[in-house]
Design a protein around this ligand. Structure first.
Ligand SMILES: [Zn+2]
Length: 144
């Protein structure tokens, strides 16, 4: 629903080229977690699938939180700003190197594989999802 709303906002704001947007991420009540066997196995499989050796698994910090949100503030010209929020399953952060998951998705293999894909790739430019490596390993279309 929020994704549709965002698309509508983008579609009706004119001229499109003058519109800007700021994206931030927020989470509430983070709890540091210890990864389990599934997490380490997915990390190994992700490295093998991507053909990339990631940073040491044990140095990645793991958290779960009540909510993980992406907040987009759209600045259409000559209109009031619009705020769009989207609840995420998880989020990878480069520095400090960490992953934070919605507490209900901490043990979701799909969401974990997606965020660990970001960590192994370590591109972090926001274009990871378009990377052929992501596509090949079938993690590109999952949670942001
Ligand atoms: Zn992502």
């Amino acid at each position: 629903m929020t994704r549709i709303l965002a698309l509508l906002l983008l579609a009706f704001a004119a001229p499109v080229s003058a519109q800007t947007a700021d994206t931030t991420f927020m989470w509430w009540n983070p709890q540091q977690r210890t990864p389990n066997t599934m997490h380490s196995l997915i990390y190994e499989m992700t490295q093998r699938c991507m053909g990339i050796e990631g940073e040491p698994f044990g140095e990645l910090r793991w958290y779960s939180a009540d909510f993980v949100l992406r907040i987009i503030v759209v600045h259409p010209p000559e209109r009031a700003d619009s705020i769009v929020t989207e609840r995420l399953g998880g989020l990878w952060i480069r520095e400090p190197r960490m992953v934070v998951f919605d507490e209900e998705r901490f043990n979701s293999p799909e969401v974990v594989a997606h965020e660990l894909g970001h960590d192994v790739l370590r591109n972090g430019t926001g274009h990871d999802h378009d990377n052929p490596v992501f596509q090949r390993c079938q993690i590109g279309a999952l949670a942001p």
